[in-house]
Design a protein around this ligand. Sequence first.
Ligand code: M7G
Length: 331
Amino acid sequence: MDDTAAKREGHSLQHDESVQEVKRVKSDDRGAVEKSSEAPEAENILSAVTATKVLKDSAREKSIFIHGKLGDQEAVVIMESTPITEDTLGELFAKSKLRLESEGKVGTIYRLQAPPHLNAIKTTVVCPATDNHVKKYQRQETFLVEETDADYRSITLPYIEKHCLSVQWVCNILEKKAEVERIVYEDPDPDVGFILLPDFKWDQRQVDDLYLIAIVNQRNIRSLRDLRSTHLPLLKNIYKKGQEAILQRYQLPTCQLRIYLHYQPSYYHLHIHFTKLSYEVPGCSGERAHLLADVIQNLHLNSDYYKSQTMYFPLRADHGLMNKFKKAGRL
Ligand code: M7G
């Protein structure tokens, strides 16, 4: 629901002067295929893309979202500069070319030309792109919605039952038809089990922007709203084992993790986000992200907390649910 500078749905390729990597994934939510950083040079499908509109760009996030055509199909191309990481500094310092830009009292400014392999632009090509994809990436005003439990039952629930995005990609992951080799941890228990794996948003090149999701095995929990105290064993299991798996695999301790659920999510099959605390990923702010630790505490206090609580969440102006809340006189 929140549009971020890092959606990974579609063909994805890394691109610079000399290096190109392609991971080809269809945009029908069937899941991703990870390519290693040593992937061979791929065909430059970007050369066949005609850009029609810049949907959004951000100098701060160093990203641009473009609507265009790939042949006769609609496409969205997302390009993001990759972070500079500590492990590449040695090579970056030794092998870059510098041009002097200006000399001042405080410092000297250079334009640095990094070696091509340290200068990649992460590029995602969503093709064929639907109207929803285009909308999702288009810059839009957002509004804070107040949803009582009655609103949930009369407005939100009927809407998501009719319009929610396909969770086929989730089923494919749970059924081991997709992303099997990407699984970081799995607990196969049908009640408290889950699969932990890298989110589409993370290219796994550096832990600085670590982003994993835990997808629960249970198929009937749509979102935070469905959680009751009976789900505490499941939530505690994810909290504990997710942290342990991340510590073991990435040496990142719990105190450096942000573990949360989105409300509203984009996909109504319960999943938990694990990101590095210092990584300010879009969607991690208070109006949309609910810390799993708080969720566990709230359910301990009151089993019906999320059933009865008034919830607040941001909606984009073009979101279908906005209209429903407006029509009901709730906005
Ligand atoms: P969300 O809270 O439903 O909404 O999160 P958001 O997309 O607005 O954050 C769903 C998460 O699943 C997002 O972080 C997506 O990047 C991620 N995601 C979506 N798809 C289709 C896939 C996929 O096929 N594989 C993986 N690994 N992650 C995905």
